[in-house]
Design a protein. Sequence first.
Length: 255
Amino acid sequence: MSHQLPGLTTAAKVPTTAFQLAQLNLGRAVKWNDIGVLSGPSGCGKTFALEAFLATARQVQGRQHSYLEMPVDPAPKEFNVRMLTAITGGCDPRSPNYALSDQLVEALHGSNRIVVVDEAHNLGVKGLQRLRYLHQRGEFTWTLILSGATIAQALFSADELKTRGEGLVQFSPLTGPELLATLHAFHPLLAASTNDQLRFVDAQYCHGRFRLWAKFLRICLELAPKLKATALNDKLIGVALAACGSDAWRSAKRA
């Protein structure tokens, strides 16, 4: 399993609609050395989908990829230093910024590399424009993948960025039938539970976010043998929610 879901070796990798669309669109971006974009709130599966793609997609085989996270609103020189460090392993930060920019263009041009920028919304419009410039200077000989909570809004706020990217994929909290189907497929403990129980836990704590469901499930699996539970029940839900730091069960009982 992904490092985003530690301790869940018995859980299944469930291909949600957004997950499948991400595999398709990222594959196209890599094939054409375009820009792939994954947007959506934290905990909804962006990183999990990206990791799965980089680990298994045939388009990635034999290609180097670099991963970096961006801080909030980095200065142009910090941007260049972080990029060069991720791609080449290091650089001289004392170099003038124009020299660092030239080094970055040279390192990327013709490299066929896949560069993943997480938390890309932190770059803001100017930072995204710098990335677009680098990609154009590279004559589309490397792939850029952007991931972030509000990256879609940042891209659409500048006319020259709106049409860039191979099919932006929007991740959202799971709801309705897709939520229930995903949870049933995620783990036998959840599959053996009632829909009402799953809806309750989701409404009170998980809110359709896979990462929170993973945390809740991991705690349930630790508690289930002690409570002799093979499915969710009132006691298991109550103790697990309390362990998650939620007083939802106590509040529901009072109501």
